[in-house]
Structure formats: C-alpha cells, structure tokens
Design a protein around this ligand. Structure first.
Ligand code: 9D3
Length: 252
C-alpha cells in the first residue's frame, strides 16, 4: 500500500511515521509513505500556498494551483490513487472506513490548513473528504496520521499474530475489562483474587462481567448493538445485570 501525504508542514509528520509499528511496517515494505511539501509546487516568487478569501472574511484559503501541481506529481502521469482531503467538513472517520481504506492500493492524503482549500480544487480533484471527529484541530496533519496509523495496522503482516488486527475486527464491541500486572501489591492495593485462582472459566466469567459493567457505564451506545449467548445471559442474570442491560438496549 502506498500513502502520499501533501502538506505545508512536512516536519510535523516525521516522528509519528518513524517510530514503533509504522516504522517497522515501512522498513519491511508493507507500506510506503511519502511526504510532499505543497510549498515546493507554489508558482509565485514568494511560494505562497494560501490567499485571502474572495468575498472577504476571516482567515486564509489554500490556493488551487500548488495543490493541483503537487497532486499531478505524486500521481506520476496515471490517474491512480484515491484522493482524500482531511477537513472538518468530511464524513466522520470510524473503524469501518479504516477497513475499507486498507483495501486500496494508493491513498493520497491532503492536509488542509487555514480555513480550507479552494472549492474548485476540492470539486475537481478530491474523491473523499474525512473528519476525525467533532473537535477543532489546527490542520489536517494529525488527522492524516490517525488515518495512516489505523489503516496500516490492518495491512497483512504488519501486526504479529499475538496482536492480530483480525481478532479486533471480529471481537465484540464491549470495552476491555480492567487489567493488572506485577507487582501483586502496589502501594497496598491488591489485585482481584480470582485472577490468581488459575481457574480459567471463573477468570473468563469475571472479565466478561467487568467488560459489561464498564460498557454500561461508559459506552451504553455500544451495548445497543451487542448480542449475548445463552450462557452469557444466565451469567448476567445471576449477577443482577441482565435487566439493566436490556433496559439500555431497548432505550436505544
Ligand atoms: C470558522 C472556524 N474555523 C476555525 C476555528 C474552522 C476550522 C478551520 C480549519 C476549524 C478547523 C480547521 C482545521 N482542521 C482540520 O483541518 C481538520 C480537522 C478538524 O479540525 N477536526 C476534525 N477532523 C479534522 S480533519 C482536518
């Protein structure tokens, strides 16, 4: 898979692309990531990439020509590559979109800055516009990093089998139960006795119940889509959780 990133702040992207899992995926050639500075394609002598909005108003708008020339260059003649603009006006990103994007061969990510890009460039050259959520960033760069991070970990051979992306995809929408590691006694705080019992069935039941409790409290919206097996239902009933789970599910 190939990612091209078009930005006016290429340095901003360096450490996220050169550490940990993404770095290893690049070294193993599971993914190719190239950063292009839009400013290198500016046409005027001051290398301006932005200008004032026609009609007046606050802020600046990204000029269409540097974006168009930069895009032509990364496409290298053929019309390959799906062009994604990161912007607050986009569809809100989620795991399903990450899975769909992980099937593409070439993604070209355009990091918006200022008040956005000239509408004529957007209409002509952008295939897809994505936002990462309802909060205000200073630009599209960190959003592009989130997209690359979430897509790259889904590519074949990027994660080891112990942390398989598949497993996450098929796993349910319940939040993770609390986890503990050594030491057994931390500042006088012990760990739940059941986790030391060696009784794997009891441990699994304990973890399932803790997951359900957390999901009920923190993300009731996730519970709405969840199905429970007969065994799970009886376990929930035995622990006086089933009625509340059903109430949450019916309320959505
Ligand atoms: C009129 C108000 N503007 C500034 C306060 C709107 C505005 C313009 C540009 C708000 C944010 C930005 C820069 N943001 C992005 O480019 C961006 C973004 C985001 O802000 N939130 C979530 N996802 C994304 S993807 C790109």
């Amino acid at each position: 898979m190939i990612f091209d990133i078009l930005t006016i702040f290429p340095d901003l992207l360096q450490s996220p692309l050169n550490e940990s899992i993404i770095r290893r995926a690049r070294e193993a050639d599971k993914v190719r990531i190239k950063v292009t500075n839009i400013r290198d394609f500016a046409t005027d002598k001051h290398a301006m990439t932005d200008d004032r909005p026609f009609g007046g108003g606050e802020g600046m708008v990204m000029k269409p020509e540097p974006l168009t020339v930069a895009l032509e260059q990364v496409r290298g003649g053929n019309k390959s590559g799906r062009v994604i603009l990161l912007s607050p006006q986009g569809r809100q990103y989620n795991q399903k979109m990450a899975e769909e994007l992980s099937c593409e061969e070439h993604l070209i990510l355009i990091c918006g800055r200022y008040e956005g890009v000239d509408e004529r460039f957007r209409a002509k050259s952008v295939d897809d516009e994505i936002s990462i959520g309802d909060y205000i960033l200073t630009g599209g760069e960190l959003a592009a990093m989130i997209l690359i991070d979430s897509v790259t970990r889904l590519l074949p051979g990027v994660l080891g089998c112990s942390d398989s992306a598949d497993k996450d995809t098929f796993s349910r929408q319940l939040l993770k139960h609390p986890q503990y590691t050594r030491p057994r006694n931390f500042d006088g705080e012990k760990i739940p006795e059941v986790l030391l019992s060696g009784d794997h069935k009891r441990i699994e039941e304990y973890r399932f119940l803790e997951s359900v409790k957390r999901t009920m409290e923190r993300r009731p919206d996730l519970l709405a889509r969840e199905w429970f097996s007969k065994e799970e239902v009886s376990l929930l009933k035995k622990n006086k959780l089933y009625r509340t789970v059903r109430e949450i599910q019916e309320g959505q």
